[in-house]
Design a protein around this ligand. Structure first.
Ligand SMILES: C[S@@+](CC[C@H](N)C(=O)[O-])C[C@H]1O[C@@H](n2cnc3c(N)ncnc32)[C@H](O)[C@@H]1O
Ligand code: SF4
Ligand code: SF4
Length: 362
């Protein structure tokens, strides 16, 4: 199934979203589906606590068969769809390559984000065996990169040598005519804001397909929000001039056609967030009618900090989506005032912006 078919379907469903948000919402199907292969990780990013997941968590992770069953059930329910493979570090699971082969067979499109440290040449070769076939399932692979300066990137990853590995993996996959998009995922922090325009220029010069910015949010992987967490955070800096300069430059680069995947409107929201990360944000959070996040043990969440709505080991994904617990969460989401609605994984592009983008207006 082509990416075009998935996109057309996404757009059609997107038209119904505002209505679905007002009612229960289960009549639209999820559009932002992810499968976390593991919460374990080989790096030690100070911004994230997945790496503290004990090795024993492996025992409860979905097996390859269970993951393939999930992809199959979703295919029967949704028709063509795309799913994001994430983690923890998804490439810690060697089964990921077999999972990709099954996705190819099922016509399921894949995206994945990874830290770039587990793709040495022999695994790049294995990946190329999957993606260079006519039924390539991979739509996008994104590498997390927070700074072009290796020492500064390594500081955000907690392990020396991480930058060297991610640069090598990017180069190895940046070959002419590659049949997937190769992008960068970058956290926007006071720590790296001044350097981000250069990172975008670097990506453009390399011919990469995009840089996706993510707000620096309270510890990725931690459930309990701590108010004021940013005040003593070493990566946070609320220097307003620096924030304005950085965001202005990114928006200008985007207008000139630089490959920034976030909308200018989203970058503007990030500006406000960086200046005041606890200020109310006046857009609805639509994760309840869009997100379907499957955790390594099969638990499903619509919002990643609210209670689970079922487990795919016991219940078909369609029933979870239409279930009582999902309806309860949707009501809870309606009353939520948290700002993580502008995290890139939660932010919904307005329809008008999508239409303008299709017309080439940036
Ligand atoms: C949790 S990681 C999982 C995938 C993989 N391990 C990686 O790092 O790319 C997904 C994304 O979250 C980002 N991230 C980590 N800590 C974050 C934080 N506190 N706020 C926002 N994004 C964060 C990472 O840089 C990465 O791009
Ligand atoms: S951000 Fe990614 S690489 Fe870093 S600790 Fe979290 S899961 Fe691991
Ligand atoms: S804004 Fe609220 S409902 Fe939306 S993702 Fe954040 S915590 Fe969940």
């Amino acid at each position: 199934m082509s990416t075009l078919a998935v996109n057309v379907r996404k757009l059609a469903r997107r038209v119904l979203e505002p209505l679905a948000y007002r009612v229960d919402g289960s009549f639209v199907t999820p559009s932002n589906i992810s499968l976390s292969l593991t919460n374990r990780c080989n790096l030690k990013c100070p911004t994230c606590n997945y790496w503290q997941t004990p090795a024993s968590a492996k025992d409860s992770e979905l097996s390859l068969d269970e993951m393939v069953r999930l992809l199959t059930q979703l295919r029967e329910w949704l028709g063509p769809y795309q799913i994001g493979l994430t983690g923890g570090e998804p490439f810690l699971r060697p089964e990921i390559f077999d999972l990709m082969r099954h996705a190819a067979r099922l016509g399921v499109r894949l995206g994945t984000v990874n830290n770039g440290s587990l793709l040495p040449p022999r695994r790049i070769e294995e990946l190329r065996e999957v993606v260079d076939r006519p039924d390539n399932p991979l739509d996008v692979i994104s590498f997390s990169l927070n700074h072009l300066d290796p020492a500064k990137h390594d500081k955000t990853r907690g392990v020396t040598g991480s930058a060297d590995k991610v640069f090598k993996a990017i180069d190895a996959l940046n070959y002419p005519g590659r049949p997937f998009r190769l992008t960068i995922s970058t956290i926007v922090m006071g720590y790296n804001l001044d350097s981000l325009p250069d990172l975008v220029r670097w990506a453009r010069e390399k011919g990469l397909d995009g840089v996706t910015f993510q707000i620096y949010y309270f510890q990725s992987g931690n459930d309990e929000y701590v108010p004021g967490w940013f005040r003593n955070d070493p990566f946070w800096d609320d220097d307003r001039e620096k924030i304005d300069r950085g965001i202005d430059e990114l928006i200008a680069l985007r207008r000139q056609g630089a490959p920034i995947t976030n909308l200018a409107q989203h970058l503007e929201m990030m500006r406000g967030y960086l200046k005041d990360p606890e200020a109310r944000i006046d857009i609805p959070c639509r994760v309840g009618i869009a997100n379907f996040d499957v955790e390594p043990n099969g638990d499903v969440r619509l919002c990643d900090v609210m209670k689970t709505v079922g487990n795919i080991r016991e219940t078909h994904p369609r029933e979870i989506w239409a279930g009582v617990l999902a309806a309860e969460r949707r009501r809870e989401i309606h009353g939520c005032e948290a700002v993580c609605r502008i995290k890139t994984c939660n932010f919904r592009k307005p329809l008008t912006a999508i239409a303008l983008e299709q017309l080439g207006v940036r």
